[in-house]
Design a protein around this ligand. Structure first.
Ligand code: SF4
Ligand code: SF4
Length: 165
């Protein structure tokens, strides 16, 4: 039975999905123990038998639809907020507030992206921004996107990113 603080950390993930939806990562690299055929049958779009892109095809809302069968790296990844809540160093509500802040920043960036015909929501957020910036002639628009993305990147680096497992 997980401890109360471990349960609190696990509750965070149920309402988050930032490590699956293309905000934290562009892709997930498969590991030797991962069963490519089985993962493909469950809906993951495996590329070159090596990785799959994010946003993940198995993500529905903020929930993994193949949780019990998720790949190795998905099992191993715990963001810094998760780790700190699980260690009792950060309160669950404070971690939720950080996740909400990131969501708000992502929503602001998506509002900008929506102004471009070159936006592709099936790509990761970083890829979407790069593509839109590449195609726009509007320097002010481009600068707004880059500035917003850099600010988000700093928040993610400080509060969510950890060394890859
Ligand atoms: S980013 Fe962290 S809190 Fe969010 S789902 Fe991933 S591990 Fe859980
Ligand atoms: S398989 Fe599940 S845990 Fe892994 S990236 Fe996709 S939604 Fe997230």
């Amino acid at each position: 039975m997980p401890s109360p603080i471990q349960q609190a950390a696990e509750r965070l993930c149920l309402d988050c999905g930032l490590c699956c939806n293309g905000v934290l990562f562009d892709q997930v690299v498969l590991q030797p123990a991962d069963q490519i055929a089985a993962l493909s049958a469950r809906g993951l779009k495996i590329k070159k038998r090596q990785f799959f892109h994010q946003p993940c095809a198995a993500l529905c809302g903020s929930l993994c639809q193949i949780y019990a069968h998720r790949p190795t790296r998905c099992r191993a990844f715990e963001c810094r907020q998760f780790q700190q809540v699980a260690a009792g160093k950060v309160d669950e509500n404070d971690a939720r507030a950080r996740i909400d802040d990131v969501r708000a920043s992502v929503a602001s960036i998506e509002l900008l992206l929506n102004r471009s015909e070159h936006d592709n929501p099936r790509k990761s957020l970083a890829q979407r921004v790069a593509t839109v910036v590449e195609h726009t002639q509007d320097e002010s628009f481009s600068a707004s996107l880059v500035t917003a993305m850099e600010a988000l990147g700093r928040t993610l680096a400080e509060h969510f990113r950890v060394e890859k497992p």
